[in-house]
Design a protein. Sequence first.
Length: 143
Amino acid sequence: MNEVEAHGSFPPCFWKKHKTMDSKELVDKRKHKRFRSQDLAFAAFGSHIKEIGQIIDISRGGLAFRYIADGDQLNESRELEIYLANNGFHLKKVPFNTISDFELTSEFPLSSIIMRRRGVQFGELTQTQVSQLECFIQNHTVR
């Protein structure tokens, strides 16, 4: 069992801070299986890709990504874009709601860079968006 399956896609540092939460309860609320991206993929927000993060995992129902916190909250946009590096894949105007957003434990204790993880749930997608998302999951994730 890998870390995503064991912890419902939350890192171990999350469980240390939130011991009262029942991990089985969180996992059971998911309707769709999450898959890790095998290719370098990004979620972008704001006009002209002002804010961007690396996708950690994705499902038909949502995704999680990590980003560098700059002190400001991420743009409260309600749409995101999904890109694949070196591929040309671009899924536009994906509606979403933020489900979680928390600081990650640094792998480099002396670093001043703060990384955060945001989980989002997709809103109602068009048929074209669903097809593109399924293509992304089928061809660019670890199964």
